[in-house]
Design a protein around this ligand. Sequence first.
Ligand SMILES: [Zn+2]
Length: 167
Amino acid sequence: MSQRCIVSDPFRFAAEGRKISGTVPLLRLNRLADILFRSEGEVTYALSGDVEVDGKAFLTLQASGALALQCQRCLSGFEWPLALEAILHLVKPGTPIPDEELEIESSDTIEAVADMDVLALLEEEILLAMPIVPRHEDCDAPHPEGGADKESPFAALAGLRRDSRAH
Ligand SMILES: [Zn+2]
């Protein structure tokens, strides 16, 4: 069973107010699955397009699910509820992103590339939404000897996030 996960023309998708939604197994999101404590389960997503009164086209991406993360304090797994909503302003590919856009936390700017891969976008947004150092909200375990943080894939992820969201 294949599902359609490509938006051939994001501007048109937005202009026509289209919507797509679906469910994807976490295992299909390779980069994400690699850093999860367990990669069973799935993510439900919805992408909708719209145009603001000033003519700016944007996409709204929503996703929910339960991800198994590894607590970086006690190293056991725990369930992290994913509930993200990202507002993504579309710009033509190659358009420099104005500085003020970067400072608006509530929205991002993405290039409206042809044949946009919705699952790749979904994965990217989930990675950005995840806690940099996942841990139980209330974790009593002593920190393991030897600094487990250093070898954690989450440390690498945190670095990536700093690079891509450098303000
Ligand atoms: Zn813990």
